[in-house]
Design a protein around this ligand. Structure first.
Ligand code: MOS
Length: 726
């Protein structure tokens, strides 16, 4: 089915099931521990072995010698495969760092061996018996050094005359900011069970956001025919972008299975994940904003650097600055610096999460300099067109409404306007806000829907990474087919099913539900054919047409009727700017003596198209906002700039925000409908919550203390010398 023009009024507008607050249909499985995750699939394999990886202990160089004889002789060990035993495996397009094989070390904790044994303990113990010698080479590990050295940053785009605009600016700022490198820190580690016993057919039970990409990557890496690979990933304990790619767990499990002739399971141990897998690059950003005295922005000049291994693309922190606010003159520049730290790649809202963390502090600074309320300043500079290409309109943008609704619901007008001016005992109280923006792309998505005795089964290779895909897909099928939610069974995350968008770039909900809609229409056409009608209505569990009023359960007799289709998104969307918008409001308390910061409450208002399910969507927004709070206050991969690795590579040293850190979070959805996005008029919401949230915290801390912090995370040591004296 082609989606070639904006959706008009359609069946989803009746919102019988779509848009209703259904709890997760997989919720019971999750909370009873019976949803099988990759590492737990003992039900599907027999007689499996366990693999344990060894990571390199240098950042750059080559392995000169490996002796695995003691490990091979250790109790319970079935096989040891070292990097020197095999040639470097071919790299898939989506993998920057190599995954295994050969003597070259490209980053710290790159996998250099796997021990396969009867038990995890035996495998783990034996890895410590492997002797490794290296020739270490100097590498580049310091982003600040690179920032200082770098003269020309790649200009991505320039509109108008930016330099002239700054020369005649009545008010301007020019500041430099840092965001930290971050880890996805998902609960479920990267884990796989591989069955590649005949070396020809590979079955992989894994934890991955993108089934089709990973199948392709496996085919390239292991030089297999895609037709001989099957991937299953029905339940995923979080990904946040860290599981978009094929990683070492899958490859090592496959190699171990081929070597031993038995299924092998490998989970990346938590202390290995931070350096072995991908992370979000830190950034250095310089941002200049110019405005007239009346508050209208005349110019933006935003440049940023991030790091990458050679061949990667870094964290594009300037992206949102191109189109979020009005302003005639604008320049953005981004440079991804080749460095020798582990592989930097996508993490929830790649680019915008770091870029808005900075842009939205700068907007607060500008508002203050102009003597304007930060909400008013943003309203004043709203735009309904992409300011770089004014002929390109936003399909549907209600940012101003987000700001106004948020201000009202939060009680913004009552806030203390004097930084450092509100104190309760030993605590300084502050309120801050920030705008949120994230694009809302879609990817072609397919599904298969079968009708059997009145029950529907939906199959698609779409994944549910904890987001609620199962539920919104069931809602879509139930709505389209006129049945109840309980009549629909959803099967996801299997490469045997039709290819969908996968979970990434906040594309999944909008894309996959559109694919399921297309498949349901195909099923309706099949049913119509059987009944000899082409205008049947599907409602209340029945098929109705002239002279026909039959329960769906009886249409097929004892047969199964199947519909399958893919929703193809048309080019007309390229002429529009399709985005999601929001506003975050935050109240903090900062301890006047220690600088300890505590969140008191947060409110996020979102304009993200039709909200398919307010329960699961809300969970996405508060989850994103929680990550933003972590990014603001604590999350940072420290960098050992001498040896080139992240030393805080576990969940004791890498601190994420948890329940106790955040007492109250509210979300308001505008529940707009964007017909240009999908037939359901839905957009993404999975990444919007993390966008801008960190800056809202920073701005609230400024309001509390009068101390302007520009380097994340906003830890107390950065404030101590400026806090009010006792
Ligand atoms: Mo997202 S960073 O595309 O999973």
């Amino acid at each position: 089915m082609d989606f070639n023009q904006s959706a008009d009024e359609n069946l989803f507008d009746r919102a019988r099931i779509i848009g209703k607050p259904h709890t997760r249909i997989d919720g019971a499985l999750k909370v009873t521990g019976t949803a099988p995750y990759a590492y737990e699939r003992n039900d599907v394999v027999e007689n499996h072995l366990v693999g344990y990886p060894l990571g390199a202990s240098i950042a750059k160089g080559r392995i000169t010698r490996m002796d695995a004889s003691a490990a091979r002789n250790a109790e319970g060990v079935a096989a040891v495969i070292t990097a020197l035993d095999i040639d470097e495996l071919p790299r898939a397009d989506s993998n920057v760092a190599k995954l295994f094989g050969g003597d070259i070390v490209e980053h710290y904790h790159q996998a250099i061996a796997v021990v396969v044994a009867d038990t995890l303990e035996q495998a783990r113990a034996a890895t410590s018996l492997i002797e490794v010698e290296y020739e270490e080479m100097p590498g580049e590990f310091d982003l600040d050094d690179a920032w200082k050295r770098l003269q020309d940053r790649d200009v991505i785009n320039e509109v108008g005359d930016v330099d002239a605009a700054f020369e005649r600016a009545e008010v301007s700022i020019d500041e430099t900011y840092h965001t930290a490198s971050q880890s996805h820190a998902m609960m479920e580690p990267h884990a796989s069970i591989a069955d590649w016993c005949d070396g020809k057919h590979l079955t992989l039970w894994t934890s991955n956001q993108m089934i089709a990409w990973s199948k392709k990557a496996l085919a390239t890496t292991l030089e297999l025919d895609e037709a001989n690979i099957r991937l299953e990933s029905p339940y995923i304990g979080g990904g946040f972008g860290g599981k978009l790619w094929l990683r070492a767990d899958a490859v090592l499990a496959a190699l171990g299975s081929r070597e031993t002739g038995r299924p092998v399971k490998v989970a990346l141990p938590r202390p290995l994940i931070f350096n072995n897998a991908t992370h979000r690059s830190g950034t250095v950003q310089r941002l200049r904003i110019a405005a007239n005295r009346d508050g209208r922005i005349t110019a933006f000049d935003h440049s940023a650097i991030s790091h990458t291994l050679p061949g990667g693309s870094g964290e594009d922190a300037v992206n949102q600055t191109r189109c979020f606010y009005a302003g005639e003159n604008r320049r953005v520049a981004h440079h991804a610096i080749d460095m020798n730290l582990p592989e930097a790649a996508d993490m929830r809202a790649p680019g915008e999460a770091s870029g808005l963390a900075v842009l939205e502090i700068a907007m607060d600074e500008m508002a203050e300099k102009l003597g304007l309320d930060p909400v008013e300043f943003r309203i004043l500079n709203d735009t309904q067109v992409n300011p770089e290409e004014p002929e390109k309109r936003f399909s549907d943008r209600h940012f101003v409404e987000c700001l106004q609704k948020g201000a009202e619901a939060f009680g913004w007008s009552e806030r203390n306007r004097t930084p450092g001016g509100r104190r309760e005992g030993q605590w300084l109280i502050g309120q801050g806000m920030a705008g949120a923006y994230r694009g809302s792309p879609t990817l072609d998505s397919g599904a298969r829907v079968s009708l059997n005795q009145g029950r529907l089964v939906v199959e698609t290779d779409m994944t549910d990474i904890g987001t609620g895909s199962y539920t919104i897909i069931a809602q879509t099928a139930a709505e389209t087919m006129g049945v109840e939610l309980e009549d629909v069974e959803v099967r996801l995350g299997n490469s045997a099913y039709p290819k969908a968008s996968g979970s990434g770039g906040q594309m999944g909900a909008a894309s996959a539900t559109a694919g399921v809609y297309a498949a349901c229409l195909a099923l309706q056409a099949e049913i119509g054919k059987r009944l000899g009608v082409d205008n049947a209505r599907f409602e209340q569990g029945r098929v109705r047409a002239e002279g026909i009023d039959t329960p769906l359960a009886e249409v097929a007799g004892g047969d199964e009727i199947v519909g399958e289709d893919t929703l193809h998104f048309g080019d007309f969307k390229d002429k529009l700017e399709i985005g999601t918008f929001g506003a975050h409001f935050v109240e903090v308390a900062v301890h006047a003596y220690t600088g300890e910061t505590r969140l008191r409450r947060t409110l996020s208002v979102c304009d993200a198209g039709r909200i398919l399910n307010p329960v699961t969507a809300r969970s996405q927004v508060i989850g994103g906002m929680t990550m933003a709070i972590g990014a603001a206050l604590s999350e940072s991969l420290s960098i050992d700039t001498a040896r080139g690795f992240f030393p805080n590579h576990d969940l004791a040293g890498y601190e994420i925000a948890v329940h106790a850190d955040i007492p109250e979070q509210e979300v308001i959805f505008l529940d707009t409908q964007d017909g240009a996005s999908t037939p359901l008029k839905a957009k993404g919401v999975g990444e919007l919550g993390i966008c801008g949230g960190a800056a809202a915290v920073a701005n609230a801390m400024y309001n509390a203390t009068g101390i302007r912090l520009r380097d994340y995370p906003l830890t107390l040591d950065r404030m101590l010398d400026q806090l009010p004296a006792i």
